[in-house]
Design a protein around this ligand. Structure first.
Ligand code: ADQ
Length: 422
């Protein structure tokens, strides 16, 4: 729909079909955008909040791989209003035509949504990834797109050259017009101004509608399926492609201690764990609390956390947690409806929802996925060999306990839910 802040009619496709293999086992049962993040979010909430905060309210979420948990999250958390039919976040599964039982790639996923584009007749189509932790005012990118009379604008930022072969790498002229685009090059070119960094695509694009429709039809004719590998390099020759420098994006309400232009690809367990460090502490690099640019998530109606005692330092607790006496909890992210029993010691841990940590358990550098019960006296994170036998241990030494069997909440050995002591 048209927003008073930008005269263009814009619809968005959010690419949420990624498998996220390197996040295993967190992505074993769910796609990467559905992976929980922080004390109450899912990864997908960041891009959706950016779109809604930017007044882009017509959003199609393209799903594919293990999408049930994502669909449930969208159903519960992202209902805008039945009174405003042009404002929606709608999940779109693959169309299941006979030759396309799934989306073959990012461009193919949007190609299958061509009818949606044609029915809305927008001026601009925003195609955004769903895999990153960041805040972005997309209006500023739209303004740049218009000012440069671009056909396509790609959001971009400098990244360390050592990581550059995992990204689309861009070369531009002085005005920002893209003259080179290489998807995941084995020998990435550094930026002319900085040999230690390369200019990377964030996987977020704005397209003038006619250009996108034509490009997707052409890609389909040629059997090409991916924006980064096929569509953008081909369009570069015939259309005006510009790179929008994300470091110029200004967000209201950012605190002085926050990292300007914070953006993280949480594609591996170690990167995911590291990004959690960034949202914690007295002066977080990325402060989740910003009333001027909120990150929206579930409308959970349970009570607040109950802390009955313990030595607690630099930790965040989700709703309806119960933390018993004589616990020691340092640098931990604890999500909702989790119970930590007496005597348990946790250091540098991410404990997801519906988990019970038994008495005197000791956990260090551990991620516990949802619906798990950790037996009393368990030790994790102290003996790498023993941990390796049972669990995935990341190169950075993080032990990951995969999702447990789903129950309605973490019950103790007598079947009692949160709030009960042994
Ligand atoms: N078949 C499918 N259907 C629906 N959604 C799908 C999909 N396959 C992937 N996705 C989603 O699309 C986005 C892009 O994922 P990809 O795996 O295609 O590319 P990658 O992230 O490696 O590179 C991309 O993003 C990086 C930035 O992270 C850029 O540098 C690079 O140029 C760009 O190709 C993710 O949000 C993912 O969840």
């Amino acid at each position: 729909m048209r927003d008073r802040r930008h005269p263009d009619k814009i619809i968005a496709f959010v690419l949420a079909g990624g498998e996220g293999k390197r996040l295993n086992p967190l992505s074993a049962e769910r796609c990467k955008p559905a992976v929980p993040f922080g004390a109450r979010y899912r990864i997908v909430d960041f891009v959706l909040s950016n779109l809604i905060n930017s007044g882009i309210n017509s959003v199609y979420l393209l799903v594919q791989y293990k999408s049930q948990e994502l669909i449930e999250h969208i159903r519960k958390a992202w209902v805008i209003s039945p009174l405003l039919p042009s404002q929606f976040v709608t999940v779109v599964p693959p169309e299941m035509h006979k030759e396309t039982l799934q989306f073959k790639g990012t461009a193919d996923a949007v190609y299958q949504g061509l009818r949606l584009i044609e029915s809305h007749q927008p001026d601009i189509v925003a195609v955004f990834g769903a895999d990153h932790i960041y805040r972005m005012d997309i209006n500023q990118m739209v303004l740049f797109h218009r000012e440069h009379q671009a056909d396509v604008t790609v959001a971009a930022l400098p990244i360390p050259i050592e990581q550059a072969s995992s990204f689309g790498i861009i070369g531009t002229d002085a005005d920002g017009r893209i003259c080179e685009f290489q998807e995941k090059p084995s020998a990435p070119k550094p930026m002319p101004s900085d040999p230690g960094r390369a200019y990377a695509s964030m996987g977020n694009y704005l397209f003038n509608t006619e250009v996108l429709i034509e490009a997707l039809r052409e890609a389909h004719r040629l059997g090409e399926t991916d924006f980064g590998r096929h569509v953008l390099p081909r369009l570069m020759a015939s259309q005006r492609l510009y790179a929008y420098d994300f470091s110029t994006n200004e967000i209201p309400g950012i605190k002085p201690y926050e990292e300007v232009g914070y953006w993280r690809d949480v594609g591996t367990i170690d990167a995911y764990f590291g990004a959690h460090r960034d949202v914690m502490g007295e002066n977080p690099r990325f402060d989740a609390f910003n009333p001027q640019w909120p990150i929206f998530s579930s409308n959970y109606q349970g009570p607040v956390a109950r802390i009955l005692g313990g030595e607690i330092e630099n930790s965040l607790f989700g709703a309806a947690c119960v933390i018993h006496k004589n616990t020691r909890i340092h640098n931990c992210m604890v999500r909702r409806e989790t119970v930590i029993e007496e005597g348990a010691e946790l250091e540098d841990c991410i404990i997801m929802d519906y988990v019970r940590i038994g008495r005197n358990a000791r956990l260090r550098h551990v991620i516990i996925d949802r619906h798990n019960t950790i037996e009393p006296n368990t030790q994790l994170g102290y003996d790498r060999e023993a941990d390796n036998e049972k669990y995935v241990v990341s190169p950075g030494g993080i032990v990951v306990v995969p999702m447990g069997k789903i129950n309605s909440f973490a019950r103790d050995s007598r079947g009692r839910g949160p709030g009960y002591a042994e």
